[in-house]
Design a protein around this ligand. Structure first.
Ligand code: PLP
Length: 393
């Protein structure tokens, strides 16, 4: 394992802890970020896709009914209304287009629940790139609808049988495959984690969320929000939403981790709240690990938050105290899911429900008469099979 230099660090987190053979393709991505992404050609084509294919900008929706109950104004950034139903398409298309401009013909990606796999397969279909998705064998069995979507979109889905047969192993396998297929292949990483430059690349592509929301708040509310809240899995929707507000000192920023069942000793997916620093997937970050550094299985009702690590910039923002990271258990998330559906007619993803649940559970501490902005990272249609197990109809 090789630590190159200080680039790609956020405080003591981040870096590039990968086998030597992965350094050339990572450097190639970094150079493309410098030389291709800023060009008018790339920017115009990406903006055109985001506008006319993805459906940006996404609306900022005021919630009159919940606001009346809560005593402050609740605003939602509607990433659920995008093509494929979540923020992940912003990243997949941005990386796919970059790959194409680099002359690559093959996109590869890991996926856990299948959402990033579907987004990548979608981008690959549109951009006419070959696509291979690595998915833990356990997840392939659990997520048959998303496997079908990926295959319909023309992707090859490879079940990964190693380790716990889930997301963590799928990432390792995708990195391994990339080593031997560098010439024509681009690894489209799914969240703001992984070795440098992925945390920075994904942040750049997802920051469109917070940039839009900041402008929309100024236009529609006439002021910046008092609090901005987003859920944290690997951390891509959260860094995209929160980062454009980091310099606004009066805006409180909140990331929400998944606390699982909330019972002592239960599985959870809250590395910032309950983990410790370590190395996973090529970077230093907060991790759920035992005393020997073995990664522990994470669990949440929302598959998208189910990752034992977290993007390094979140570990840093927690360290310096700029972002507060809360924790929400399954039950609270389900409650928020029901509330938003009944009160505002919006069915949120279970991941996004964690962000909303933090607001509902902490309402008494939030500024009465103020403005609270929540990133609604995705729609909940995909989660009805899970919700059915908990809610009586
Ligand atoms: C994947 C997913 C997440 C979690 O991923 P991040 O990288 O933390 O954003 C959150 N919400 C939805 C709807 C997702 O699909």
């Amino acid at each position: 394992m090789n630590k190159t230099d200080k680039k790609g660090y956020f405080g003591k987190f981040g870096g590039q802890f990968v086998p030597e053979a992965l350094l050339p393709p990572l450097l190639e991505v970094e150079e493309a970020m410098e030389n291709i992404m800023p060009t008018e050609d790339y920017q115009n084509e990406l903006n055109d896709l985001l506008t006319h294919y993805v459906g940006r900008q996404s609306p900022l929706t005021f919630c009159p009914n919940l606001s009346a109950k809560l005593g402050f104004k609740l605003w939602l950034k509607r990433e659920d209304l995008l093509h494929t139903g979540a923020h992940k398409i912003n990243n997949a298309l941005g990386q796919g287009l970059l790959a194409k401009k680099m002359g690559k013909t093959h996109l590869i990606a890991e996926t856990g629940a299948g959402q990033h796999g579907v987004a990548t397969a979608t981008a690959a279909a549109r951009l006419k790139l070959r696509c291979t998705i690595f998915m833990g064998a356990e997840d392939v069995e659990r997520q048959s609808m998303n496997v079908m979507r990926m295959k319909l979109l023309g992707a090859t889905v490879i079940p990964v049988e190693s380790g716990s047969r889930t997301l963590k192993d799928a990432i390792n396998e995708t990195l391994r495959f990339w080593i031997s297929h560098q010439a024509d292949t681009f690894y489209c990483f799914g969240t703001a984690a992984g070795p440098h430059p992925f945390p920075t690349l994904v942040k750049r592509l997802q920051s469109v969320i917070g940039r839009e929301a900041r402008t929309q708040m100024l236009t529609q509310a006439g002021r910046l929000p008092d609090v901005v809240v987003a859920c944290v899995g690997g951390g891509s929707n959260a860094i995209g939403m929160l980062h454009p507000f980091v310099k606004d000192a009066d805006v409180k920023l909140v990331g929400v981790e998944a606390g699982g069942t909330g019972e002592p000793g239960c599985y959870h997916s809250a590395p910032i709240n309950l983990g410790s620093p370590g190395i996973l997937h090529g970077h230093v970050t907060m991790l759920i690990q035992d005393e020997d550094g073995q990664i522990q299985p994470s669990h949440s009702i929302s598959a998208g938050l189910d990752y034992p690590g977290v993007g390094p910039e979140h570990s840093y923002l927690a360290d310096i105290g700029r972002v507060h990271y809360g924790m929400i258990c399954d039950e609270s998330a389900l409650n928020a899911f029901r509330e938003l559906t009944l009160e505002e007619g919006i069915i949120p993803a279970l991941e996004s429900s964690h962000a909303l649940a933090w607001v509902l559970d902490h309402a008494s501490e939030l500024p009465q008469g103020g403005d609270v902005l929540v990133n609604l990272s995705g729609r909940g249609d995909k989660d009805l099979g899970i919700v059915k197990q908990y809610i009586q109809f």
